[in-house]
Each structure stands twice: as structure tokens, then as C-alpha cells.
Design a protein around this ligand. Structure first.
Ligand code: DGY
Length: 324
């Protein structure tokens, strides 16, 4: 009888140990053993030749070329809720299952979204820098004054699970919630009092515009010069979804011109960005390195879910969280 070979999985980055252990119990493993540097494309193209499963992050582009180089591949488990790094059509054509990590990161990402709202409105980073630069000489009546969050109007573009979690937090701050989506969300209209608006009306009425929509061809550059010009001069734009939803140059111009009050950005059009990026320098911008889901518990849960999806599919079972 021919020996039965265990399935082979390639992991594209150093991930939390419990997830590696789970996979090691069921599969033969190879991994790019670095937490901070993404696996080089040529290494991945080589490694993928004889693997049955692949654990990717949003830094790996799973395109036609990669899929064609992987004749045995049955599943790509993306350790992210977003999957704009994956060519779904090409994967479907080859019968490759794609999974993501929804739900486990909802509350953590909502926390960070709310943190950005508070931080930009109350100028928290500017105030910290002011103190570190020894500029605090006396209590000043109008020094470092920002905007209130309590009682204001929140506009959510893309009311999915994370949007719902942000809206719940907003209730505690006595905020009214507007939303714009492809589809009406009647349950949240009833339970949270969320009010559906056209994109234009939401932009005109909201004090905080939170972008939480996935990146698709339809949402690419959804927010540009015209949309920013509709926002209030006292409004704040928050983006914790994907950078390319916002046209960065238009945002830069709106912020420099004082057309809007500020922005909180966890994502950028081309990541990573560094200190040379124009938006990073603006005093009315709080810029973060894509850390929406970055709590220890949540990143571990994401890795475990991705690993569980791999194990399920490679054992001939249904994936826990398939994308299609
Ligand atoms: C995702 O999951 O899509 C995030 O951007 C990373 O947590």
C-alpha cells in the first residue's frame, strides 16, 4: 500500500505559537520564520509548488500567477477579515477554497476606530508631543482645545459587523448614528436607531465619518475631492478599513486647507508608509501602522481561526469561515 502523506501547509509569517501547534498536529509545515518581514515573492512562488494549504496575511498577493504555481493547493486561509489581496475569481476557477477571519476581530477593531475618533477630536497626540517638547508652561484657557465627541453625529460608511460595534460604542457617548451601505440594515435601524442616508447626505451631516467598507472596485477612491468638500469644516474622517477607499492626495489637500478638522488613519493607499508620507506630518492627522485588530488576544484568535480553516479543509471538512 502506498504511504499516506500528511497535507503540507506553508505559513507566510511567524504567527502565534498555538496556531502553529494546531497545524503541526495535523500537517507537515514549512514557514517563513520572520514576524516583521513579509515572505519575498520569489520564495513564496517556490514554496507553493507542492503545498496543499497556504496561510497568508494581507501582505501576500494571491493572484493568478501564484495560484498557477500551486497545482496541489486546496485552500488559502487569509489571516484577516479583508481579502482584497486575493483574486477570488482565479481561486474559484481553480477550485481553491478561500477563508478569512471575521467576527474574532470585530470588537478590537471597533475599539481602535473609537480610539481614533477620541484621539483626533481631543488632539491627544498633539498634546503629548507638546508636553514632551517642554511647551507646557501654564494651564491655558484655550490651549489645545479640540472637539467634543459626546452627543455628536457619527456617520458610518459600510455598516457591517465592525460598524455595528462602533455604533454600539457611540450609543454610550449619546451620539446619533447615520449610515450608508449598499443595503438597508433594518435590524440596526430598529435596535440602534441608525438612520440610512445617501452618501452625500451622510457626508454633509456627520461630525465623524468612519470608513468601514471593504475595498472593492466600487469602493476604490469612494472618498475624493468632491466628497471631502461636502463634509463640515468641523468634521473628522476616520479610516480603519483599507487605504485605497480614500484618495490620499485629496485628503491631504482638504486637511491642509482646513476644509475638515482632522483625520484618523490606520490604513494607507500603499503600505507600509514612513515619516516621509505627507499625511503623517500633519498636526491634525493621527496616523497608525494598520493596527486595527492588534490586541494579543485577537491576533491569536485570528491565527487560530485561519489554522482551523486549514485543518478542516485539508481533512475534507467544510471550512469554518469561507469567503464564498
Ligand atoms: C483585516 O483583518 O482585514 C485587517 O485589516 C487586519 O486585521
Amino acid at each position: 500500500m502506498a504511504p499516506v502523506h500528511p497535507s503540507k501547509v506553508y505559513i507566510c509569517r511567524q504567527i502565534p505559537t498555538p496556531a502553529v501547534q494546531l497545524l503541526a498536529n495535523h500537517c507537515e509545515l514549512a514557514l517563513w520564520d520572520n514576524a516583521e518581514v513579509a515572505v519575498p515573492r520569489e520564495v513564496l512562488l517556490h514554496e507553493i509548488e507542492n503545498v496543499d494549504g497556504l496561510l497568508t496575511l494581507l501582505t501576500e498577493s494571491v493572484d493568478r500567477e501564484l495560484l498557477a504555481a500551486a497545482p496541489r493547493l486546496k485552500i488559502v486561509a487569509n489571516m484577516a477579515v479583508g481579502y482584497d489581496n486575493i483574486d477570488l475569481q482565479a481561486a474559484q476557477e481553480r477550485g481553491v477554497v478561500i477563508t478569512n477571519t471575521p467576527n474574532v476581530l470585530t470588537e478590537t477593531t471597533a475599539d481602535l476606530t473609537f480610539a481614533l475618533m477620541l484621539t483626533v477630536a481631543r488632539r491627544v497626540v498633539e498634546a503629548t508631543e507638546y508636553l514632551r517638547a517642554d511647551q507646557w508652561h501654564t494651564w491655558s484657557p484655550m490651549g489645545l482645545t479640540g472637539l467634543d465627541v459626546y452627543g455628536k453625529t457619527l456617520g458610518i460608511i459600510g455598516l457591517g459587523k465592525i460598524g455595528e460595534a462602533v455604533a454600539r460604542r457611540a450609543q454610550g457617548f449619546g451620539m446619533s448614528v447615520l449610515y450608508h451601505n449598499r443595503h438597508r440594515h433594518t435590524r440596526l435601524e430598529e435596535t440602534l436607531g441608525a438612520v440610512y442616508k445617501s452618501l452625500e447626505d451622510l457626508l454633509q451631516e456627520a461630525d465623524f465619518v468612519c470608513i468601514l467598507t471593504p475595498l472593492t472596485p466600487d469602493t476604490h477612491h469612494l472618498i475624493g475631492t468632491r466628497e471631502l468638500s461636502l463634509m463640515k469644516q468641523t468634521a473628522i474622517l476616520i479610516n480603519t478599513s483599507r487605504g485605497p477607499v480614500v484618495e490620499e492626495h485629496a485628503l491631504y489637500q482638504a486637511l491642509v486647507a482646513g476644509q475638515i478638522f482632522g483625520a484618523g488613519l490606520d490604513v494607507f493607499e500603499q503600505e507600509p508608509v514612513g515619516s516621509e508620507h505627507p499625511l503623517v506630518h500633519l498636526p491634525n492627522v493621527v496616523a497608525l501602522p494598520h493596527i486595527g485588530s492588534a490586541s494579543m488576544a485577537t491576533r491569536t484568535a485570528m491565527a487560530m481561526l485561519a489554522a482551523s480553516n486549514l485543518v478542516a479543509v485539508l481533512q475534507g471538512q467544510r471550512p469554518l469561515t469561507p469567503v464564498y
